[in-house]
Design a protein around this ligand. Structure first.
Ligand code: GTP
Length: 597
């Protein structure tokens, strides 16, 4: 296809503003998929998802469209991952296209996530067409939302397209706007091959499928190619475009988007943002901005029932097949037995994975305190990465500790602003910006990621009754007064509850933790001290009173068997507990103790 007749675009939208509905409409109204096939295809996709227990990611589609000017165009829609943790993947998808449709629900207005994605699109030099959706709703306020787009984002919205993706109203205008207002791609057909790896996923029949955007040159079936960042070499077995079913093609030229397979074993072998070229006579320089994805939040996942360890291993391996950004290694804990230490791109990623393990694979999990990655600067100049607070080296060798900081953007109705500012302040935040658009405020805070990983999002939602939207990006590492707090139950350290905290907040956290645990641990026949400590120093303490007269108290020394028998009696019927020394802690305590109020 001639470059002038190609348009590549993505759709930027907040969750529920109608991205999928609009995409479906564009596909349907151009006859890319017939109405009957549309339904069947959707069902198919869902069945396959259910059957394989994996998400079929790419909602990339190539649409053939004859415009009002009588010319035939190829429109490529690339779907971008929906959530904030995948900011890098979103940025790569955006680099693969020249423009975006900015879809805003006319009854809701601009949200934080929309903002972040619009800025990514602008960074990628996109032409942006604002689209106001859901104008069929009585609550729609298109004029106000149009003004909001201009005020908050600074885009000219005077020619925003008004649509109802649901009823189909305005869909032809969207297609014309794509052709008329978005620029065609640029590229050189006679130059060496240069293509961007945009995404990849695992298909049970085809193996790893790689989505690419060709920048320069031509890729053909049978070509020998190499990935410039990883150095891996492959032969192209199959080359297709997605309509959205795979349709084989002989070649893909500049500006085109398609997929290939090449006997690649795992999704892990493909790196989003890598440059693909020919093994011989390849291009000299790779595309800029490549960044290997690194996990930033770690936590331990253990089965509640240790007999489910193998099930957990299988489930994790399956999930990892299609999620290269999720890392895991086996871990054993004195308290929790065998499990996995897992790394995630962010908090939401962690929640999604944990949720899927529990829901789709039916495994009850204990999640240990999520920890960010700390940089431990040793006295000898070495820098270590700390993924698990339990592994903190001897402090006499540590010079200082650095923690990751984020830039958080929060959009919130005026009424709740005070509470939001207080929350951010309480979490060691530094306010950077505060602006208004209509009755909504936008605040930008510099916050330690550590303070956000626990329950920031939950708290934000609850104090704003769900009206706030939140987005963040990691900005860098900074030194602070950070210490490891341990929790001791009956004088035994419980590693799963160890955490790094800011020194000034340690007492508060420690006290809250001890109080919570006191409520959550059932009484035993003996008194149980519950303590929080830094190094050897106890900073908070609670005592759980004995259940009743301490029957073992009289069994000084000698009569160990009698003591044991008595304790055993108490134990009967309490299966869902973990034994810590002499104390049993219910599973629920681990999760609840980590949630701070
Ligand atoms: P995610 O898939 O969760 O990211 O959401 P999305 O942005 O893709 O939104 P989706 O297309 O799933 O639409 C969200 C809801 O809004 C659905 O219940 C749609 O039926 C509804 N919806 C989408 N477009 C319109 C519209 O034009 N009018 C009305 N009334 N409802 C719409």
């Amino acid at each position: 296809t001639e470059l002038a007749n190609i348009r590549n675009f993505s759709i930027v939208a907040h969750i529920d503003h109608g991205k999928s509905t609009l995409a479906d409409r564009l596909i349907q109204s151009t006859g890319t998929v017939s109405d009957r096939d549309m339904k069947e295809q959707m069902l198919d996709a869902m069945d396959i998802e259910r059957e394989r227990g994996i998400t079929i990611k790419a909602n990339t589609v190539r649409i053939d469209y004859v415009a009002n000017d009588g010319q035939a165009y190829v429109l490529n829609l690339i779907d971008t991952p929906g959530h904030v943790d995948f900011a890098y993947e979103v940025s790569r998808s955006m680099r693969a296209v020249e423009g975006s449709l900015l879809v805003v629900d006319a009854s809701q207005g601009v949200e934080a996530q929309t903002l972040a994605n619009v800025y990514t699109a602008l960074d990628a030099d996109h032409e942006i067409v604002p689209v106001l959706n859901k104008i069929d709703l009585p609550a729609a306020e298109p004029e106000q939302v149009r003004q909001q787009i201009e005020d908050v984002i600074g885009l000219d919205a005077s020619e925003a397209v008004m649509i109802s993706a649901k009823s189909g109203l305005g869909i032809p205008d969207v297609l014309e706007a794509i052709v008329k207002r978005l620029p065609p791609p640029k590229g050189e057909r006679n130059a060496p091959l240069k293509a961007m790896l945009v995404d990849s996923w695992y298909d049970a029949y085809l193996g790893v499928v790689v989505l690419i955007r060709v920048m320069d040159g031509v890729i053909r079936k049978g070509d020998n190619i190499k990935m410039m960042q990883t150095g891996a070499k492959y032969g192209v077995d199959k080359l297709s475009v997605l309509k959205p079913a795979m349709v084989d093609v002989a070649e893909l030229g500049p500006g085109e988007i398609g997929v290939f397979t090449a006997s690649i074993k795992q999704v892990r072998d493909t790196k989003v943002g890598d440059t693909i070229t020919h093994e011989k006579k390849g291009c000299e320089t790779a595309l800029p901005g490549f960044k290997p994805s690194v996990p930033v939040v770690f936590c331990g996942l253990f089965p509640v029932d240790s007999a489910e360890f193998e099930d957990l291993r299988n489930a994790i391996e399956k999930l990892a097949l299609n999620d290269a950004s999720f890392s895991y290694e086996m871990e054993s804990s004195a308290a929790l037995g065998f499990g996995f230490r897992c790394g995630f791109l962010g908090l939401l990623h962690l929640e999604v994975v944990r949720d899927r393990l529990e829901r789709e694979y039916g495994i009850d999990l204990i999640t240990t305190a999520p920890s960010v990655v700390y940089h431990i600067h040793m006295r000898n100049g070495e820098v270590q990465e700390l993924h698990n607070p339990a592994d903190l080296p001897d402090l006499t060798h540590v010079d200082h500790v650095q923690e990751p900081r984020i830039k958080a953007t929060i959009l919130v109705p005026d009424d709740y602003l005070g509470d939001v500012l207080k929350l951010c302040q309480d979490r060691r935040g530094i306010q950077q910006e505060l602006t208004y658009a209509g009755s909504r405020a936008m605040v930008v805070y510099d916050l330690p990621l550590n303070e956000v990983v626990f329950d920031f999002y939950d708290r934000l939602k609850s104090i704003t009754k769900g009206y706030a939207s939140f987005d963040y990006e990691i900005t860098g590492y900074r030194q602070d007064n950070l210490v490891k707090m341990q929790v001791l139950v009956n004088d035994e350290p419980v590693d799963a509850l160890s955490m790094m905290v800011h020194r000034d907040r340690a007492e508060g956290r420690g006290r809250a933790m001890c109080e919570k645990l006191k409520e959550l641990i059932p009484r035993h026949m003996f008194k149980i001290p519950i303590q929080a400590a830094i190094g050897g120093k106890v900073i908070a303490r609670e005592t759980l009173a004995a259940l009743r007269k301490d029957v073992t108290a009289k069994c000084y020394g000698g009569d160990v068997t009698r003591k044991k028998k008595l304790l055993e009696k108490q134990k009967a019927g309490k299966k869902k507990m973990r034994q810590f020394g002499k104390v049993e802690i219910p599973q629920q305590a681990f999760i609840s103790a980590l949630k701070m109020d």
